[in-house]
Ligand binder design. Structure first.
Ligand SMILES: [Zn+2]
Length: 256
């Protein structure tokens, strides 16, 4: 294979790995946000349960006050009994007392319900707080794992950036521009291997005379797929394949 093609293949190999690392890095903020969202939801659950309990306590105080007010009324009515002159007035007052005592009974029922509910709120708050603690523990472990993965990916990125700098140092500038244009057009893959007389990227036929010319090509001569315009390369199926070219092809194939 021409040296220039080998260098472009090495560059493509680095670029594909760079794309992969950049894509992984781009996913980290979302992963962290998902972990944070789970903690936020668990906290909101605790807050909402506590707010319900607070509302229940307020209700309970109101019912307690109701009981007190009705009892006070009953006391007043009973005080008035001694001053009553007629049977009619007495019956009317007894009726008022009965009504007030009914109200006391109702308010006491509501109070009892609220006290039972209060115990239920205590139980729910404890459960929500326990669940929050568990979510926070898991989140802490996940954040550490994500941070470690991110640090690893950043290290890979730095390593690949220096590999790329070394790779492009060997490639003439106009050829590099040409490569970059095709990369942008084709989602990062500018080179395609000719396999079974077809373009390895788009699958279209590469005419036999083109393949013959490729075999005889001078170092600076490039051939392109007529359909997708990618730069074509051809690996002789003999022992003449250099280890570098073979490994570059193997890894680029696995990532396409
Ligand atoms: Zn093609």
């Amino acid at each position: 294979m021409q040296k220039v093609l080998q260098r472009l293949l090495e560059l493509q190999n680095v670029d594909l790995r760079l794309n992969d690392v950049r894509a992984r890095l781009a996913r980290f903020p979302k992963k962290v946000a998902e972990v944070d969202a789970r903690v936020t939801a668990a906290k909101a659950d605790v807050d909402a349960t506590k707010a319900s309990q607070l509302a229940a306590v307020k209700d309970r105080k109101k019912y307690e006050l109701d009981v007190e007010q009705w009892k006070e009324r009953v006391r007043k009515y009973k005080d008035q009994t001694s001053q009553i002159k007629t049977n009619e007035a007495y019956r009317a007052l007894q009726h008022e007392i009965q009504l007030a005592e009914d109200e006391i009974a109702k308010a006491e029922d509501r109070l009892l319900e609220q006290m039972v509910a209060g115990e239920e709120y205590d139980r729910r708050i404890k459960a929500a707080e326990k669940s929050l603690k568990e979510v926070e523990t898991v989140a802490g472990a996940e954040r550490s794992r994500i941070e470690a993965e991110k640090a690893k990916a950043e290290k890979e990125l730095a390593q690949l950036n220096s590999e790329r700098a070394a790779a492009i140092a060997e490639i003439p500038e106009n050829l590099l521009d040409h490569y970059d244009r095709i990369v942008r057009k084709h989602n990062g893959v500018a080179l395609a291997e000719v396999r079974d007389e077809k373009c390895g990227a788009c699958g279209m036929i590469v005419r036999p005379h083109v393949i013959q010319e490729m075999r005889r090509a001078a170092n600076d001569e490039l051939f392109h797929c007529e359909t997708c315009t990618r730069i074509l390369y051809y690996i002789e199926s003999s022992a003449a394949v250099t280890p570098a070219a073979a490994s570059a092809t193997a890894s680029s194939n696995s990532e396409i």
